[in-house]
Design a protein around this ligand. Structure first.
Ligand code: A3P
Length: 327
């Protein structure tokens, strides 16, 4: 059991005993506050909810898994820290000594609820200087209490659910040794809402509604739109984070340089991202390259039939009806 201490295992089991349960992924999933979690994730979430102390100036990057978290971490870190870490502009700039060149984007912005096991980072999060840039896969309703009252800002990123499903299916089969799920089964689970942190549509809808109520608190982004107009989105991000680009930066092409530095090809080819193994989840060492697969919009066409696509689209549409959100 990946060396999970007995006490933690027992606590996990007592938490799950009363919750709805589904088998079929690599572990049983449990429905907690309307969200499907593994026992380890569930335990971690309850610790974060109990112990994490939000600060008014926290910025939380929130995503459903496989919606482009890695990209958003790189972009937001680069934009937020550009007074300390200048982004090299101009042709062939390459970025000099920028942290994005030396560290995996996943390690530039810590997760609230990861790693799931022994090394829980609440104390580490507490030790970070303000303003903190943090990340989570939690749905809005499960964020630590106080985050909303304090007015923490959230950048939410979602993506065409068909691409999310295909990306998830590849990722889970790649990183979990001994686990294999066929695409039809993964598809059926996803359509039922049974996927890690799912249902997908509830996750998006929660943040979407909040972004309508309080646009200054939640910036709602879509991977697909960000891919189409990355520099515009980098400007939106800078504005939202309270560090808009100056005229000088604009004329120097800084937004475009951020886009280049954090592009899929640039990140994927960096030695720190292309090689090596890290254990970020706790008990699950993964290749650093696992977070970079194809980086395309519409790759689902290579995997899903038109019938599957239509079915998933109609389920998502049905569940988002009346919200104004669509994919
Ligand atoms: P694909 O599997 O479709 O290629 P997450 O970071 O939330 O785990 O999401 C991973 C998805 O984002 C993968 O999608 C991955 O290839 C893609 N991705 C990673 N870095 C990216 C970048 N810099 N630009 C665009 N997409 C990126």
């Amino acid at each position: 059991k990946h060396g999970v201490p007995d006490q933690q295992q027992d606590e996990g089991e007592s938490l799950t005993s009363t919750l709805p349960r589904r088998e079929g992924w690599w572990k049983p999933f449990f429905l907690f506050e309307g969200c499907w979690l593994t026992p380890e994730a569930l335990k971690s979430v309850t610790v974060v909810q109990a112990e994490f102390r939000p600060r008014a100036d926290d910025v939380i990057l929130a995503t459903y898994p496989k919606c482009g978290t890695t990209w958003l971490k790189a972009l937001a870190f680069t934009v937020a820290n550009r007074s300390r870490h200048a982004v090299v502009t101009g042709n062939g700039g390459g970025g000099g000594h920028h942290p994005v060149l030396a560290r995996h984007p996943q390690d530039l912005v810590p997760f609230l609820e990861l790693p799931y096991r022994q090394l829980h980072p609440v104390a580490e999060l507490e030790a970070l200087p303000s303003p903190r840039l943090l990340c989570t896969h939690l749905p809005l309703g499960s964020l630590p209490p106080g985050a909303a009252a304090l007015g923490c800002r959230v950048v939410y990123l979602c993506r065409d659910p068909k691409d999310v499903l295909v990306s998830t299916w590849h990722f889970m089969n790649k990183v979990r040794a001994g686990f294999h799920i066929d695409l039809d089964t993964a598809f059926e689970f996803f359509c039922e809402g049974v996927s890690l942190y799912g249902p997908f549509w509830d996750h998006c809808r929660g943040y979407w509604n909040k972004s309508l109520e309080q646009p200054g608190r939640v910036l709602f982004l879509k991977y697909d739109e960000m891919m189409a107009e990355p520099a515009e989105h980098v400007r939106m991000l800078a504005e939202f984070l309270g560090v808009p680009f100056t005229e000088e930066e604009e004329s120097g092409g800084v937004a475009e340089a951020v886009v280049r530095l954090c592009s899929f090809d640039s990140l994927r080819n960096l030695p720190v991202n292309a090689t090596g193994v890290s254990d970020r989840i706790g008990g699950l060492p993964m290749n650093n390259s696992s977070y970079f697969r194809s980086g395309k919009v519409g790759d689902w066409r290579n995997y899903l039939t038109e019938e599957m696509a239509a079915k998933l689209d109609s389920i998502v549409e049905e569940n988002l009806r009346g919200s104004g959100l669509s994919f």
